[in-house]
Design a protein around this ligand. Structure first.
Ligand SMILES: [Zn+2]
Length: 317
C-alpha cells in the first residue's frame, strides 16, 4: 500500500497538555504536534508561537485563561512556518515580533509555505475558515531583543543563536528560571523537518550555543517538555539526527549516487533510532532534498504544494 502523502493520513486528534513550568511560565505540548508557550509579565503576556489558525490559537488561549487574564502585548514567532504564525490574530497582541530573516521569508514565500503545510498537515489547520491571511512582524530584530517583565519577574531574552531549522530561528530564554523555549531548533523525540534548514550551521555552532545556555527546562518545537539531564540529551539527539542525515547524503553524493540513493541511505541510517518519532516518514524526503541542495551550495528552495508532491512521488512511493 502506498504511504499517505506526508501527514495527510494523520487525522486523529492529539491530547494537549498545559504545564506551568514556573510561576507565570506556561507551555502547551501536544503529543508531537507543534508546541506553544506563554510568559506572564506584571501587566501583560508574551505568546511564543501562535499555532496554525485563530481557532486552534483560541483553544490554547482559553486554557491559559484558567491561569491569567492579562492581555497579550507581544506575539513572538520562533520562525516563519505557517503552523507557528497564522494563528496570531487570535492573540490580539500589540506587537508581533520575529527575526529579520523571518520577516523576509514570510514576504518572499509565506503563501507558498502555507499551501505546502496545509497539504502536508491538514489536521493542524482545523478552523481554516478563521484564517486572516499572512501575518508580518511589526518588529524584526537581528541578534537579541530583551523584554523586561516588570516587578521581580526579570527579563525575557529573545535570541537568534544562528541559522538552523530556518534562516531566522529565535529562542525565548528566561535566565532567572533557566527555562528555554527552543522552537524547532530542538525537538524532543519528534522528527526534524529540515526542508528550509541550514544543517551545517545548525548541527555546529547553533546547537552549541543552545547547549551553552545550560537550560534546566527546555520546551522544544515538538514533543514533551524536558528537564535537567534530559535537556542535553534532547539537544544531542537533535544533533545526531542532523549529522546522520548529512553523513549519508554526503557519501551518496561522493559516490555519484542519485537523490533516491541518498534518501534510501539516510532512511536506513536514521530509521532504527528515529523511525518511531512523529512525522519521521513525512519529513525525510524534504530533509534529504534540502541537505542535498545545501551541500551543492544552494539556498533553500521555495516549497510549493506541487513540488512537495513531486518529491514525495520521487522518494517515498
Ligand atoms: Zn518549522
Amino acid at each position: 500500500m502506498p504511504k499517505a502523502f506526508a501527514s495527510s493520513g494523520d487525522l486523529s486528534a492529539k491530547e494537549e497538555t498545559l504545564e506551568v513550568l514556573a510561576p507565570g511560565v506556561f507551555a502547551l505540548t501536544s503529543e508531537g504536534d507543534p508546541n506553544v508557550g506563554a510568559i506572564e509579565a506584571e501587566d501583560f503576556l508574551v505568546a511564543f508561537d501562535c499555532r496554525a489558525t485563530p481557532l486552534t490559537a483560541n483553544r490554547w488561549i482559553e486554557r491559559l485563561r484558567g491561569h491569567t487574564d492579562k492581555p497579550f502585548r507581544y506575539a513572538v514567532f520562533s520562525h516563519y512556518h505557517a503552523v507557528r504564525t497564522l494563528g496570531a490574530p487570535a492573540f490580539e497582541a500589540e506587537t508581533v515580533v520575529a527575526h529579520r530573516a523571518t520577516a523576509e521569508l514570510i514576504r518572499e514565500r509565506g503563501q507558498a509555505d502555507f499551501e505546502s503545510e496545509l497539504a502536508r498537515m491538514p489536521r493542524l489547520f482545523e478552523g481554516q475558515e478563521t484564517l486572516e491571511g499572512l501575518v508580518t512582524p511589526d518588529v524584526a530584530f537581528a541578534d537579541e531583543l530583551i523584554i523586561p517583565l516588570g516587578g521581580e519577574r526579570g527579563d525575557l531574552h529573545l535570541l537568534h543563536l544562528g541559522r538552523g531549522h530556518t534562516a531566522g530561528d529565535i529562542v525565548a530564554w528566561l535566565p532567572d528560571s533557566r527555562i528555554l523555549f527552543a522552537g524547532d531548533l530542538v525537538e524532543s523525540a519528534a522528527a526534524l523537518y529540515t526542508g528550509d534548514a541550514f544543517h551545517l550551521e545548525w548541527m555546529g555552532q547553533t546547537l552549541d550555543r543552545v547547549a551553552a545556555l545550560d537550560a534546566e527546562i527546555l520546551v522544544g518545537g515538538r514533543g514533551e517538555v524536558v528537564r535537567d539531564g534530559a535537556v542535553a540529551d534532547a539537544i544531542e539527539l537533535t544533533r545526531r539526527f542532523l549529522t546522520g542525515l548529512r553523513d549519508e547524503v554526503q557519501s551518496a553524493i561522493e559516490s555519484n549516487g542519485t537523490l533516491r540513493d541518498a534518501f534510501e541511505a539516510a532512511h536506513h541510517r536514521l530509521a532504527p533510532e528515529f523511525g518511531a518519532w512523529p512525522i519521521f516518514e513525512h519529513c525525510l524526503p524534504f530533509d534529504v532534498q534540502r541537505i542535498w541542495d545545501e551541500l551543492a551550495g544552494a539556498r533553500p528552495r521555495v516549497w510549493t504544494a506541487e513540488r512537495d508532491q513531486a518529491i514525495w512521488a520521487e522518494l517515498q512511493d
